[in-house]
Design a binder for this molecule. Structure first.
Ligand SMILES: Cc1cc2nc3c(=O)[nH]c(=O)nc-3n(C[C@H](O)[C@H](O)[C@H](O)COP(=O)(O)O)c2cc1C
Length: 287
């Protein structure tokens, strides 16, 4: 897959045509999940579940922003073995599958949820594995302009929250620091030294989807290592936060891989100085 291009062009799809998605698409992504899909923690067992048409309505009642989701033609659920890194791993895998679907011409959108069991009940899933991510997909409706759809019709959402959906993505300048958190001095000079090998992954990271477009994370470069830091955020809960972090690591690794052959995040703390209160070091990548 041409990850750089797919990531540059991606955006969430929330308006779909009525066209049925052929069952072969579900089979293809299941096969992709079982074989070629990128994985953050390969030893965590996962399974792809395609929601049957009959269960769509109950799923739509149990998941989505404020329990609200404009109906999508199909939903896939990533089931995972419970594990300390289950959420980040699920975000990483699901974003990879999402980009695969984009490549196949389908639009996608992550769907937030708060309780694995509620989703299992809604879908009648009997499994020891947990619901770790949900992705809606289908043929995108070509919108005349990038209308952020159903948020307008959502009740109970504050204007402060609404504002997030229209906010631009964080730029590389806002996302990346050098030597210590908060320090931008010479950061572009450092990235320039590594040319596209570092620019591509950082641009891809900046174009990551995140819950409510908050992007509550940052990167700190020190001693030729880059540490991903999770930042506290008043809107983002634990599940969405882990998914966000998995997504941004997938964007970084998939584009870095093109330049370096392999690209691995180690899920261990780095040595970041000056971290704000509530921030947490998540993973380290050797530049
Ligand atoms: C963990 C996660 C949960 C999300 N949940 C929802 C959701 O329930 N409904 C929705 O419409 N969009 C959802 N989104 C999509 C984000 O709102 C979207 O990525 C963000 O607004 C940025 O827009 P973009 O994806 O078009 O770049 C979710 C994204 C992530 C990563």
């Amino acid at each position: 897959m041409n990850y750089s291009l797919l990531i540059e062009e991606r955006k969430s799809t929330r308006s779909f045509t009525d066209k049925t998605v052929p069952a072969s698409v579900g089979e293809e992504i299941r096969k992709y999940h079982d074989s070629d899909c990128m994985r953050l923690v390969p030893e965590i067992a996962t399974e792809l579940y395609i929601a049957p048409a009959a269960a769509k309505e109950s799923l739509e009642g149990a998941a989505g922003y404020k329990e609200f989701l404009a109906g999508a033609p199909e939903y896939m659920v990533l089931l995972s073995q419970p594990h300390g890194h289950m959420g980040v791993n699920a975000g990483y895998i699901t974003e990879d599958i999402s980009l695969k679907l984009n490549e196949m011409g389908y639009g996608t959108c992550f769907v937030t949820f708060t309780e694995s069991q509620a989703i299992k009940d809604a879908l009648g899933i009997e499994s020891e594995k947990e619901v770790a991510a949900i992705l809606a997909y289908g043929s995108p409706l070509k919108a005349k302009k990038k209308l952020h759809f159903n948020f307008f019709t959502m009740s109970g959402i504050s204007s402060k929250e609404k504002h997030q959906y229209f906010a631009p993505k964080k730029s590389v300048e806002q996302l990346v620091f050098l030597d210590s958190y908060g320090s931008n001095k010479d950061v572009f000079e450092y990235i320039d030294l590594h040319e596209d090998v570092l620019w591509d992954p950082l641009l891809a990271a900046s174009n990551s989807p995140s819950y409510m477009n908050r992007q509550p994370y940052a990167f700190v470069i020190k001693d030729d290592k880059i540490t991903l830091v999770s930042l506290p955020d008043e809107f983002t809960g634990e599940i969405d936060n882990a998914l966000n972090l998995g997504v941004v690591m997938q964007h970084f690794a998939s584009t870095a891989k093109y330049h370096r052959g392999n690209a691995v995040w180690s899920l261990e703390p780095g040595v970041v100085e000056n971290l704000p209160e509530g921030a947490k070091e998540i993973a380290v990548f050797d530049i």
